[in-house]
Design a protein. Structure first.
Length: 174
């Protein structure tokens, strides 16, 4: 699947493709835009239909973090306002895949929390620093929700990057 994702982005090397549009192509969405553009005829169309949309988005974010893909943030100036879009591009490691060399296996773990009891037990076992990190992460997510609304912040800031930022934040106020 990772190879299909990279091949799709390489086919758009001279065009702009957003994460949601890439997800639709990879999952085989039968939309008017995809049909009109002929993207339903691409070899990668419907190649990742076995993953749900969230897991496919996580896999793409992982490819970004690992350097196979990258996102370019572009601001478009309209008449009286600006819009910002994140376009997927090939990353520095993409040539490894495109030249048929081996790729590191990418493990995508899918976890679901069973109940609040498990979460409460987990919280009790956490160190004070881990509890502080979790609290900080939740606060950052609330702020991102305010900024991005219903739009997924993962298009701009992947979940893993947010968690890494939390680890680097100071533990005392200055």
């Amino acid at each position: 699947m990772s190879i299909d994702i990279i091949k799709l982005i390489s086919e758009f090397s001279h065009k702009n493709i957003t994460l949601p549009y890439a997800l639709d192509i990879l999952r085989g969405a039968n939309t008017k835009n995809i049909r009109d553009a002929g993207h339903n005829n691409l070899s990668t169309y419907n190649s990742c239909n076995q993953l749900n949309k969230i897991d496919l988005e996580r896999l793409i974010c992982r490819l970004i973090l690992d350097g196979y893909l990258q996102q370019e943030i572009v601001t478009h100036q309209q008449q009286s306002f600006e819009t910002t879009a994140a376009y997927l591009r090939l990353g520095p490691k993409a040539h490894i895949i495109l030249s048929n060399k081996m790729m590191d296996n990418i493990e995508l773990v899918i976890r679901t929390e069973q109940s609040n009891i498990i979460n409460d037990d987990k919280r009790k076992q956490q160190t004070p620093i881990e509890q502080l990190n979790e609290q900080c992460l939740n606060e950052i997510k609330k702020e991102l929700k305010l900024i991005f609304g219903n739009t997924s912040h993962a298009m701009i800031i992947p979940e893993r990057a947010i968690k890494e930022m939390v680890k680097l934040m100071p533990y005392v106020s200055s």
